[in-house]
Design a protein around this ligand. Structure first.
Ligand SMILES: *Cc1c(COP(=O)(O)O)cnc(C)c1O
Length: 371
């Protein structure tokens, strides 16, 4: 039995008519840049994320970059974030000429360890960029309290966590900016690259909209230097269709996670050293379901032979990446991130995963450990 890590064809088959109609409308209108489809998508994202404003942008990476631009973060500034995340989180900080300052993760959630943030603050610190990894939010109350005390901007990297909640508040609705990605493998994926930024502040929203089009307002007059960070109307049309299904898909992901939990317990796998992170925050949207074991690479190869997709997010923490060598970090600086990079494995958790497929995944993991 083949169990892919993600089955986007199955999802497309289930909503093909709606998607095809929305895409056809864009072609009929020949309105490809901004316009009503982008506005409708932004309204849907804002409402879903419980935020008054959303600005559609060209990718999750560009959402992070644009938020940093809007916050005037640049050379000489420091931004505190996690070293255990996708590259774009820290890459965007460096691209603005600022310096990423890493703080280790908390191993139960894989999110930034808030008890270590304050000791990383210097007079140059301008922002904290918590990442809501794998579909679960970082511990935002302490993040916001620290930010308030030290007058720091908070940019939530919510690229993996649209719809996740922390104490009843949605990802992207707590910090100054919330950054989302519509990369196809995210919980709300487009048909290519896309993203959005949420904010509660009307002036910031206006500034983001202007920076998105080269800092241009009115046409051909530029008060600031922005860039082309627009969300395509075609992507907006697809995302606006898909967001109507997102709650149902999220429930499926949560059911799949609960089913894995049950199957792992029934198979007696906890004693085999597979540690599953407990759900700590109120709404986990399971962009990934993560197990960990010191025998991760062997297990992954074993699963691959059985045509079961399993992926490593992420094999090398950012402080150990070659491109960040000049930051001066060394191996051993962030032990929890380094251990997670060696031990974590993401299993198939996509909404259309069947009972039989999940059982086969767990049976295969049992076979690996017990035989
Ligand atoms: C996917 C992702 C991004 C980047 O999003 P893109 O749309 O691929 O540019 C940034 N941060 C995190 C945590 C991500 O998972």
């Amino acid at each position: 039995m083949n169990v892919p890590l993600l089955d986007l064809k199955a999802q497309y088959r289930s909503i093909r008519n709606e998607i095809d109609a929305a895409v056809a409308e864009v072609f009929e209108s020949q309105h490809f840049i901004l316009g009503p489809k982008v506005k409708a998508c932004e309204d849907a994202i804002a409402q879903y994320s419980q935020c008054p404003h959303a600005i559609g942008v060209s990718s999750g990476t560009d959402a992070l970059l644009l938020a940093l631009m809007a916050a005037n973060i640049g050379p000489g500034d420091e931004v505190i974030t996690s070293p255990y995340t996708f590259f774009a989180t820290a890459g965007s900080v460096s691209r603005m000429g600022a310096r990423p300052v890493f703080v280790d993760i908390e191993p139960a959630t894989f999110n930034i360890d808030v008890s270590r943030i304050e000791s990383a603050i210097t007079p140059r610190t301008r922002a904290i960029m918590p990442v809501h990894l794998y579909g679960q939010m970082a511990d935002m109350d302490p993040v916001m309290a620290i930010a308030k005390r030290h007058k720091l901007v908070v940019i939530e990297d919510a690229c993996q966590s649209i719809g996740a909640e922390y104490k009843g508040k949605r990802a992207g609705s707590i910090g100054d900016y919330g950054c989302f990605s519509f990369f196809p493998s995210k919980n709300l994926g487009g048909a290519g690259d896309g993203g959005a930024i949420t904010t509660q502040d009307k002036e910031l929203a206006a500034r983001l909209s202007i920076l998105r089009v080269h800092g241009m307002e009115p046409k051909y007059f530029h008060e600031w230097i922005g860039g082309n960070f627009r969300l395509d109307a075609l992507q907006a049309a697809v995302v606006a269709v898909k967001i109507r299904h997102l709650d149902a898909w999220t429930r499926q992901r949560q059911c799949n996670a609960a089913r894995y939990d049950r199957l792992f317990t029934a198979a007696g796998l906890e004693s085999a050293g597979i540690r599953r992170p407990p759900v700590v925050m109120s709404r986990h949207v399971f962009n990934q379901y993560i197990i960990r074991t010191p025998r991760r690479d062997e297990l992954r190869a074993f699963l691959q032979k059985r045509e079961i997709g399993a992926e490593v997010y992420y094999p090398l923490p950012l402080h150990m990446q070659k491109c960040f060598a000049d930051l001066g970090y060394r191996k051993g600086d962030f032990p929890e991130s380094e251990l997670a990079a060696q031990e974590t494995l993401a299993l198939p958790i996509y909404p259309e995963l069947t009972d039989a497929q999940a059982e086969w995944v767990v049976e295969s993991i049992r076979a690996f450990f017990m035989n």
